[in-house]
Write a protein that binds this ligand. Sequence first.
Ligand code: C2O
Ligand code: CU
Ligand code: CU
Length: 507
Amino acid sequence: MSPAPRRRWPVVLAVALVLPVLLLVTGGAFVGFQYATAITDTAGEVDFERPLAIPPLADSTVDGTGRRVFDLDVRPGTTDFGMGGPAETWGVNGSYLGPTLRASRDESVRVDVRNGLDVTTTMHWHGMHLPAEMDGGPHQPIAPGSTWSPEWTVDQPAATLWYHPHLLGETAEHIWRGVAGMMILDDPAVRHPDGTGLPQRYGVDDVPVIVQDRSFSSDGDFSTRGSLLSSTGRLGDTVLVNGTVGPYLDVTTSAVRLRLLNASNARVYDFGFDDDRTFTMVGSDGGLLPAPVELRRVRVSPGERAEVVVALTPGEDTVLRSYPPGLGRGGDTDRFSGGADTLDVLQLRAADTLRPSLLLPEVLAPAPDLLESEATGQRSFALGGNSINGESMRHSHDEMDHSRIDEVVTLGETEVWSVHNTGDAPHSFHVHDVQFQVLDVDGDDPGPLLSGWKDTVFVERGSTIRFLVRFSDYADPDTPYMFHCHVLLHEDEGMMGQFVVVDPDDG
Ligand code: C2O
Ligand code: CU
Ligand code: CU
């Protein structure tokens, strides 16, 4: 009829030609914009205006059998971080984060964890040596309104551990909302020579430093802005310490011990100070290092802890800063995963007169003493494509199969585990129940920073880490423990596996 359809051809053609170009250009502009804005640098930009919140020590009662009992109440709330209004948050016994649990070696503890959320959660004791049923992984869900009461006896060195939810596919969201806290273990039997010792007055010269990054929208709520091209998930441009934005700490002693805990979803920090001063590392995940190590930087990946002691002179200020951490070789995309970021974290303000602190002991703790010659087994774990040895737990979850067991280990045996990052993202490898002893990193001596017990270790792209590990005390063929990447997006995407510990003497 009308020639109109034919006349539309040039239009269609033009669109067909122009559209891809347009998409390319806008896509390119988008990537270009992301590229240009991918680096966050807050050095010198943070106004340290708020006193650092110190999580309260959790109250406990001692029951008739001498067991120490804690109460944790997980609940939703709102928290005003001072970013323009209240944020919707979750917390433990409060609206954001939770109290610090504190217990001593040989003590029996029970924790009554009540879930006041309207979704199922769990509570995991990261770094704790305990029976699998008490571990708080995905196998011990806590339904809304119910209470879970794990109990165990603390039997490991003094250390900085932490607790957080561990629900399949939901861990990132629950921690990001604010459910996490520190757990400090003491060992009263450890004595240092007279006149030496570590700072140990909680909140005064022995301070929890729970580091998290968040972005905020203009109304003050958390936002996921800027995480689009990150291979590791949610990164923020604002650092919170113990839930405080722009925190300062008034220091009244000549040395202060900071228990650094990376409770961030994805971000790796390389801690140092703005004036590049040295400080002393005294502890890692599983307890004190064999000896103090003087250094200028310590890199802490998600899930890891580092205890450092910082010396101050009267009247001075210094800022704890995270320098670009570098995430491994060939890191073209590192800038999207925070590898090029600099972030100011916490200002230390020394009083005009400082109480003198004790000298640090020259020997802190026995060195890890597993022997490679005694290892009876060896296992390899290839980390890549958000799976471990090609297996993803997420699949299992979708198929409602929690029961896949990847590894069966024998009670009391020592093994060599070799963890290889074969992919193009950085990973943080964590094993439940145990503390392990790093043997080598790419065949080299692991150095003093990895000289203590570890439960989580950063595995750069292309790198291989070998460690010795022993599975002692608790066997249960029916309840698995997990091993997984502690980058929470990866964990939730299924980068996990399960192992059971079996006792050959059990029928
Ligand atoms: Cu901190 Cu399996 O976790
Ligand atoms: Cu854990
Ligand atoms: Cu990972």
